[in-house]
Design a protein around this ligand. Structure first.
Ligand code: SF4
Ligand code: SF4
Length: 113
């Protein structure tokens, strides 16, 4: 039962989650992070750390498209293990509707570089 990053991470990307993950299984896209399902050990430590409430176990009903997206993007985006400075706009995007259609991109983030 790996954990998954959901829509509200988009454009918030607070990155508090990466600091607590014991197996460094977060990957960074331009506008959100994802969790690699084969690397996540299901410890659940990251879920309460996310200020955007955007992390859930993959068993939660209704999040199938996010389970698929995490698995797909984790294969091509770079690994991120260190918290980054939060963008000034992060808070203003927290909770906005339709973030996926408005702001999601498949472009990679910079990872730990
Ligand atoms: S803490 Fe939450 S909003 Fe921030 S990067 Fe992690 S999943 Fe996304
Ligand atoms: S559940 Fe544990 S292993 Fe999985 S992403 Fe969160 S902190 Fe990492």
């Amino acid at each position: 039962m790996p954990y998954v990053v959901l829509e509200n991470c988009i454009k918030c990307k607070f990155t508090d989650c990466v600091e607590v993950c014991p197996v460094d299984c977060f990957y960074e896209g331009e506008t959100m992070l994802v969790i690699h399902p084969d690397e996540c050990i299901d410890c659940g430590v990251c879920e309460p750390e996310c200020p955007a409430d955007a992390i859930r176990p993959d068993s939660e009903p209704g999040i199938e498209s996010w389970v698929k997206l995490n698995a797909e993007m984790a294969k091509i985006w770079p690994n991120i293990t260190q918290k980054k400075e939060q963008s000034e706009e992060s808070d203003s995007f927290n909770g906005l509707p339709r973030k996926f259609e408005r702001y999601f991109t498949r472009n990679p983030g910079k990872g730990d570089l």
